[in-house]
Design a protein around this ligand. Structure first.
Ligand code: AGP
Length: 607
């Protein structure tokens, strides 16, 4: 997704702007550009390094904005890169989001004789602002008037050579914040670029606009009413967001999982009561008393985590759970009885557009909305009625690993929390609590055996298709395992409920089409063995993931990966990690850009 940075203060803006764009590279982009007071604008297709090396030595100034663009309208070319300007070249803007009525506005402006120089929707905005500004409006008022004309979403930073010591920023549907320094301000579309400069941050809410100068800032709404904002503190350390000695963020983040589970559990497991302590739900706990249905929604891995959550909550709390992919849910009429339905949204970034829209729809219907979110202060975290932070730290690799595991841990805590409010016994609760606390050490055991997984991955790194199968708690893990492989190795992979094999997928099987079978010694193990045997009978290769000590499975599987034994409900946490490592090593063997796979971005903030 696109990235925005800006600076205004007493120092030269360029160092922060370039460092900031580099810190945002992980979000995925295809062009970059910069505008600095007194030096003008430079834009380039390709990487930030290309832009940086194109800047003249004299390129400097104490206020500026910069942008990495992920093409949505118009190809990734220099002319479509941001910043965009107006006909008089006075106004310069960088924009995240989509302007839905850009075509009609473009036609209207062209009718008025305004020449366009790009194919982007964003230029409509810079031209509109320029029209008002050159007629005499203050920059902030010109921005406000232009924003009232558009339909769509924006995270926006605007400058003008007529008012060079000012930056105007605004947000609707696309995150934007600014760091507060000493007589200097750092603008960014996510916290990563701020970490090396300041910990004090102000998040803009939707519909807010801020005017920043060296002397200070004013935040107001779209009716020009001033708004008092709280300065919040960023908790992440820079090194936490930077790669350590690992070759890729993805491997670093998988290796962090033991600590992530500890951080996610910290202060939330009441072992003596066999209960979960979820401070974020305290204020809404009473509304859970008469909840009759829970809808869990999310996208991608977050959705698959919710799928595991369905099994957990239904088993331990006895509450019916519907799971819905957010991009589908948001277009369906909510037939649920809102007063007795809770919407639980899962999102690592807290900015996924489809998930956010599903939440807004549910809120409009009067539902209680909860979020399981990793990024503190993200839009979903702030728009849901309550929620639980993952505390998984920044996840930089596009493929979700530690955040996915943390989502599973939180969902177990939610199931325990709800179950203990209902009929789940203290003894059962204690069993779960005890098993949770053993997870970090059990994960370390799996990570210690990663070389064996690498060896298996190497053996299968040239296949073109892989099937993943599992049952009950392991069915969502099959879907998630397939997603991991396809998104970083580009191998076609699909997840299936193992019981479905005879209803179609078995036709796929031959010696060139291996299967990963999730077959821990759980309540459905025997059925998984039948699946494995029917695959092998047709020449299909099988990689089985099973629990320690189950050596008998070697008789029916070609390759076996062992995980420690634990409570059946917690097994998805352990079985998913070998699948993350398998995908990682296959993609590494194929020499692919693992942290930034082609066509994908870390946070999908547009539809
Ligand atoms: C998972 O590996 C993918 N990166 C993707 O499916 C991701 O889970 C999805 O886009 C949801 O993102 P979110 O958790 O930030 O909402």
């Amino acid at each position: 997704m696109c990235g925005i940075v800006g600076y205004i203060g007493r120092k030269d803006a360029v160092p922060f702007l370039i460092d900031g764009l580099k810190a945002l590279e992980y979000r995925g982009y295809d062009s970059a550009g910069i505008y600095v007071t007194g030096s003008g604008a430079v834009k380039r297709a390709g990487k930030v390094a290309v832009l940086a090396s194109s800047l003249p030595d004299t390129f400097s100034g104490n206020a500026g904005i910069a942008h990495t663009r992920w093409a949505t309208h118009g190809p990734p070319t220099e002319r479509n890169a941001h910043p965009h300007t107006d006909a008089s070249q006075s106004v310069w803007i960088v924009h995240n989001g989509i302007i839905e009525n850009h075509a009609e506005l473009r036609d209207m402006l062209i009718q008025e004789g305004i020449p366009f120089s790009s194919d982007t929707d964003t230029e409509v905005l810079s031209q509109l602002i320029g029209t008002y500004h050159t007629r005499g409006d203050l920059l902030e008022d010109a921005v406000e008037k232009a924003l009232k004309k558009i339909r769509g979403t924006y995270g926006l930073a605007v400058m003008s050579n007529r008012e060079p010591s000012k930056i105007v920023i605004a947000r609707l549907g696309s995150p934007l914040m600014f760091g507060v320094g000493t007589d200097e301000y750092y603008i960014a579309s996510d916290a990563t670029p701020l970490l090396s400069r300041t910990r004090n941050v102000i998040y803009l809410e939707d519909g807010e606009l801020a005017i920043l100068t060296k002397e200070g800032y004013v935040v107001r709404d779209m009716s020009r009413q001033p708004i008092e904002k709280t300065i919040e503190t960023l908790e992440w350390s820079t090194e936490a967001a930077q790669k350590h000695s690992f070759e890729h963020f993805m491997l670093k983040e998988i290796m962090e999982i033991p600590e992530v589970i500890q951080d996610t559990l910290r202060g939330r497991v009441a072992t003596k009561d066999g209960d979960a302590v979820l401070g974020g739900l305290r204020d809404v706990a009473k509304r859970f008393k008469d909840v009759r249905r829970i809808i869990i929604t999310g996208c991608g891995s977050a959705y698959y985590a919710g799928f595991v959550g369905k099994h957990l909550i239904e088993e331990f709390a006895g509450i019916p759970v519907e799971i819905e992919i957010a991009s589908e849910l948001r277009y369906r009429p909510f037939t649920a009885d809102p007063k007795h339905t809770v919407l639980l949204a899962v999102s690592q970034s807290g900015e996924t557009a489809d998930t956010l829209e599903a939440i807004r729809l549910a809120k409009k219907q009067g539902m209680l909305t909860l979020g399981i979110v990793n990024v503190v202060g993200s839009t979903i975290a702030r728009e849901t009625d309550a929620g639980i932070y993952n505390h998984a730290g920044p996840e930089i690799g596009v493929a979700s690993t530690k955040a996915f595991v943390s989502q599973l841990v939180v969902l177990i805590l939610v199931a325990l929390f709800l179950g203990r409010m209902r009929t789940l016994s203290t003894a059962e609760g204690k069993k779960l609590a005890k098993a949770l606390l053993k997870l970090p050490e059990q994960v370390r055991t799996i990570l210690a055996g990663r070389k064996a997984i690498e060896k298996i991955a190497r053996k299968y790194s040239n296949v073109e298709n892989v099937l993943y199968i599992g049952r009950k708690y392991q069915c969502p893990v099959a879907y998630e395992g397939a997603l991991k492989l396809k998104e970083i190795s580009y191998i076609h992979a699909e997840g299936y409920g193992a019981g479905e094999m005879k209803h179609g997928p078995l036709a796929l099987i031959d010696e060139s089409f291996p299967t990963v079978a999730l077959a821990p010694r759980d309540s459905l193990y025997e059925k998984m063995c039948s699946n494995i045997e029917e695959i092998r009978a047709r020449g299909g290769k099988v990689i089985a993931v099973t629990t320690d000590g189950n050596n008998a499975i070697r008789r029916i599987a070609d390759d076996v990966i062992f995980v420690p034994k634990t409570h059946e409900a917690l097994l998805p946490i352990l079985t998913t990690i070998p699948l993350q490592l398998f995908a990682y090593y296959v993609a590494r063997e194929r020499g692919l850009p693992i942290d930034k796979p082609r066509n994908l971005a870390k946070s999908v903030t547009v539809e």
